[in-house]
Design a protein around this ligand. Structure first.
Ligand SMILES: Nc1ncnc2c1ncn2[C@@H]1O[C@H](COP(=O)(O)OP(=O)(O)OP(=O)(O)O)[C@@H](O)[C@H]1O
Ligand SMILES: [Mg+2]
Length: 683
C-alpha cells in the first residue's frame, strides 16, 4: 500500500505525477460505505477508480446521456455492472465533470465568476468554482452548449492537508464563516471523507455552513472537499501543550514551528481571556500575596507548562476543609491564570468526558471543584487516572483499538474532606499511589480566617473571598498566555533551570529519612515554587521575588503536619485500618477463650485472649483477609504488621499460629499482640 508519507513527499516534490494521479483518488474519490466490494478495495489501499476499460466505456456512455434518460436507465445499468446505483452516480458524475473540463473549458473561463476570489484559493478541485456566493459544481448544460453552476454550499475553503506526528490520521482543514460571519475552522479526517458524505455534511451543518439540499448536493460537497488539493501542510495534535518547542492551545500556537500545528478537538475552548495583564495583577494576583493557599493556587497553574521540562508526572493538590471557608475562591484564583469561570470543571464529569478534559488541559491546569459530589470509589479512580496520564484503550465502531488519550497536567481540586477520608467514608481505602497523585492539603490556613492569612484591608474573609471571586470573573486568561510566551522563548534552557530549582527545594525542605512518597510530593511543591518564581521573574505576577517560594514551603509543611510526618503512607494506612477494626469489633465479634458460658458470638471472626500484658486477638484466616484487610493488599499488610510486631508469627516464621480453640480444636489463626495499642510506628 502506498503510505500517506509517500503521498506527501511525491506531491510536494512534484516528481511522480503519474503515481500521484493513481494515489490521489484514494483520498479524492467518493467511496460508498455500504458497497462491500469497493470497501475491500479501499481497505487494500487500492484506488477505487475502476480500471476496466469496458466499465469505463459504460460510464462515459452514460455520462453523455441527458439526465432524464440517465435516471431512467441507472438502476438497470448499475445492476448489470454489479455495483450500487449511487456508486454508478458518482462514477458518471466524475466523467461529466471531465467533459466539462475539456469540452467546456472556454465556457468555464467565460462563466460569470469572481476570478480574484477563485485565484486566491489554493488547490480548488477540477470542476468546481468558489466565489463570494459559495461553492459551485460545473456541469454541462442538459440541453445545448455551455455549463451550469450547481450550488453546493456557502463559501468553503480547504486550506491545508494535515496528519499526525506519525504521518497517520490524515485530514483536511476546512474554513468557512457561519451565517453570523463567525469564522470556523474544522479538521475533517480523511476517514470521514471515505464515507458517503452524510457525516461530513452533518459536521459542517452543525458548525453553521449553509448547504444545498438533497443527496446530489451531499455528493457534490463530498466530491468538492475530496478534489481540493491544498499545498499547505499541517500537523494535527490531540491535546494542548508542548509539541516540540511550540505550545498548542485551541485558538493559537505559541512559539515558531516549521508548519501549522492544529489542535483537533470538538470541545469548547475554555482558554478565554478578559482584561489586560496589569489589571489581573492588580485585581487578582495582588490579593494573593500573604495568603499561602491563594499564592499556591496561582503557582500550581504556572507549574502546568513546566511539567514537560521537569520530567515530572501529572499530579495535583486537593484543598479540603469545611464549607464556606474559601475553597472555591482558591480554585477561582488559580483558574484565572488560564481562563474565566468556565475553566472550573466538576468532579461529576464521567470518566470518559474527563479523559477529553484532561487532553484539553495538557500542560496547563485542570480544576475540579467539589469532590463530595462523586462517590468515593469514583473519586479514587479519577485521581488515579488523571495522575497516570493516560485513559483507557477503547475500541472504535469496528472493534479496532483506538489510540489512548494521553495527557500531562497539574490539577487542583476542592472538597469538604480529603481524598483519603472521602474514600474511607465510602468503605474504600486510599492507596498511597492515589494520595501521592492528588495531595490532600488542609485549605484552612489556621489563622481564624478560613483559607486566608492576610485580609488586605477587607473587613472579613467573606468580603475578601467575594472580591477575589468578582475579580476572577472580570480579569482572566492574559497571565497564562504571557507566561507561556516567556517560557517558550527560553525553552532550550528550561529543563536545566527547572530541575535545578526543584532539587534545591527538595534538599531544603524534605525531612531527612523521609519516604519515597514524601519525596515525590516535595518535588511537586518544588516545581510549583519554581514556576511561581519564574512567573514573577518574567513579570507575570507583579510579586516580589520569594513570594511563591515561601508559599510553597509553608504549604508543604502544612501537608507534612496533616499527614503525620514524612513516613510511608501505605504503612500508616495499614496501621490505621487494623487498629480501627479492633476498636470497632474487638468486644462483640471475638469470643473470650476462657468464657465459661456458651453464649454464641454473633458473626464471630475470632477469639480474645487476656494475657498479662493485655488483650491478644486470634483472627480466623478467612475473616483476616475479608475483613481486617478489606481494601488493602493482605500479603503486604501481613508483612508490615509482622515487622511492626503487631502480628506474631509462629516459631518457624509463618504468619499464622496453631492454637487450641474452644469448640474448634487446633486451628490456624493470626495472632495480634498488644503492641497495636501503642504508638503506631511510621518508619
Ligand atoms: N475565609 C472566609 N471566611 C468567611 N467566609 C468566607 C470565607 N471564604 C468564603 N466565605 C464565604 O463563603 C462563601 C463561599 O465561598 P467559597 O465558595 O470560596 O467557599 P467554599 O469553601 O468553597 O464553600 P463550599 O464548601 O460550600 O463549596 C463566600 O461567598 C463567602 O461568603
Ligand atoms: Mg466550594
Amino acid at each position: 500500500m502506498t503510505s500517506h508519507a509517500d503521498f506527501d513527499e511525491m506531491d510536494e516534490s512534484g516528481l511522480d505525477k503519474d503515481r500521484i494521479a493513481n494515489v490521489i483518488p484514494m483520498f479524492e474519490q467518493p467511496v460508498e460505505q455500504a458497497d462491500s466490494a469497493a470497501d475491500d478495495l479501499v481497505a487494500n489501499g487500492e484506488s477505487k477508480v475502476i480500471e476496466d476499460e469496458k466499465t469505463n466505456a459504460v460510464f462515459s456512455r452514460l455520462a453523455a446521456l441527458p439526465q432524464v434518460e440517465y435516471d431512467r436507465v441507472r438502476k438497470h445499468e448499475a445492476k448489470a455492472l454489479g455495483i450500487r446505483s449511487v456508486t454508478l452516480d458518482a462514477e458518471v458524475d466524475a466523467r461529466r465533470v471531465v467533459k466539462a473540463d475539456t469540452e467546456f473549458a472556454s465556457a468555464i473561463e467565460d462563466a460569470d465568476m469572481d476570478d480574484a476570489v477563485q485565484a486566491s484559493i489554493d488547490g480548488v478541485g477540477t470542476g468546481f468554482v468558489v466565489n463570494n456566493d459559495g461553492v459551485f459544481r460545473l456541469q454541462p448544460k442538459l440541453k445545448g452548449e455551455g455549463v451550469d453552476r450547481v450550488f453546493v454550499c456557502a463559501p468553503l475553503r480547504v486550506t491545508a492537508l494535515v496528519r499526525d506526528k506519525a504521518s497517520d490520521n490524515w485530514g483536511k482543514i476546512l474554513e468557512f464563516a457561519d451565517a453570523d460571519g463567525v469564522p470556523h475552522q474544522v479538521t475533517v479526517p480523511m476517514a470521514m471523507l471515505a464515507g458517503d458524505g452524510t457525516e461530513l455534511r452533518k459536521t459542517l451543518a452543525q458548525r453553521g455552513l449553509g448547504l444545498a439540499a438533497g443527496n446530489r448536493a451531499r455528493d457534490n460537497l463530498l466530491a468538492y472537499v475530496m478534489s481540493c488539493k491544498p499545498t499547505a501542510r499541517g500537523i494535527c495534535v490531540e491535546s494542548t501543550g508542548w509539541f516540540e518547542d511550540v505550545f498548542v492551545l485551541p485558538d493559537r500556537t505559541i512559539g515558531t514551528s516549521r508548519e501549522r500545528i492544529l489542535l483537533q478537538t470538538e470541545a469548547r475552548c475554555v482558554y478565554t481571556r478578559a482584561g489586560a495583564l496589569d489589571e489581573w495583577q492588580q485585581g487578582v494576583a495582588r490579593l494573593c500575596v500573604g495568603n499561602s493557599r491563594l499564592t499556591l493556587a496561582l503557582c500550581i497553574a504556572f507549574a502546568g507548562p513546566l511539567l514537560y521540562f521537569a520530567g515530572q508526572e501529572s499530579g495535583g493538590i486537593n484543598f479540603f476543609g469545611p464549607s464556606s471557608i474559601g475553597k472555591t475562591t482558591i480554585l477561582a484564583a488559580g483558574s484565572s491564570v488560564f481562563g474565566g469561570p468556565s475553566f472550573i470543571q466538576t468532579w461529576r464529569a464521567t470518566s470518559n468526558g474527563l479523559e477529553g478534559q484532561c487532553a484539553m488541559h495538557t500542560d496547563t491546569l485542570l480544576v475540579l471543584d467539589e469532590m463530595g459530589e462523586v462517590d468515593p470509589k469514583e473519586a479514587g479512580a479519577i485521581s488515579y487516572m488523571i495522575g497516570n496520564g493516560a485513559g483507557k484503550t477503547r475500541s472504535d465502531r469496528n472493534g479496532d483499538a483506538r489510540a489512548k488519550k494521553t495527557w500531562r497536567i497539574m490539577f487542583m481540586s476542592s472538597g469538604e474532606v480529603g481524598l483519603a477520608q472521602h474514600m474511607g467514608e465510602g468503605g474504600k481505602t486510599v492507596r498511597a499511589g492515589q494520595e501521592v497523585r492528588l495531595v490532600d492539603l488542609p485549605a484552612d490556613a489556621g489563622m481564624g480566617c478560613g483559607v486566608f492569612e492576610e485580609l488586605h484591608g477587607f473587613d472579613s474573609g467573606a468580603t475578601l473571598s467575594n472580591a477575589i471571586k468578582q475579580a476572577t470573573r472580570t480579569w482572566y486568561g492574559a497571565a497564562g498566555i504571557a507566561y507561556i510566551e516567556a517560557v517558550a522563548a527560553q525553552a532550550e534552557t528550561m529543563p536545566r533551570h527547572v530541575k535545578e530549582a526543584v532539587s534545591r527545594f527538595v534538599k531544603k525542605y524534605l525531612p531527612e529519612g523521609a519516604s519515597g512518597q514524601a519525596a515525590r510530593v516535595c518535588a511537586r511543591f518544588g516545581l510549583i515554587a519554581a514556576a511561581g518564581e519564574l512567573a514573577t521573574h518574567v513579570g507575570i505576577t507583579g510579586w516580589e521575588a520569594g513570594t511563591a517560594h515561601r508559599a510553597a514551603a509553608a504549604t508543604f509543611q502544612a501537608w507534612l503536619e496533616h499527614r503525620g510526618g514524612a513516613g510511608n503512607q501505605e504503612r500508616a494506612a495499614v496501621f490505621a485500618k487494623v487498629r480501627a477494626y479492633f476498636e470497632t469489633h474487638g468486644e462483640a465479634r471475638f469470643t473470650d477463650v476462657y468464657a465459661i458460658d456458651d453464649r454464641a458470638t454473633i458473626n464471630r471472626v475470632g477469639f480474645r485472649h487476656m494475657t498479662e500484658g493485655g488483650q491478644q486477638f486470634y483472627v480466623l484466616p478467612e475473616a483476616y483477609k475479608r475483613e481486617v484487610c478489606a481494601g488493602i493488599d493482605s500479603r503486604a499488610a501481613t508483612k508490615i504488621l509482622i515487622e511492626a510486631g503487631w502480628l506474631m508469627p509462629d516459631n518457624e516464621g509463618k504468619s499464622q499460629q496453631k492454637k487450641s480453640l474452644p469448640g474448634m480444636g487446633e486451628t490456624r489463626v493470626y495472632v495480634f499482640s498488644t503492641r497495636m495499642w501503642e504508638e503506631a510506628p511510621l518508619e
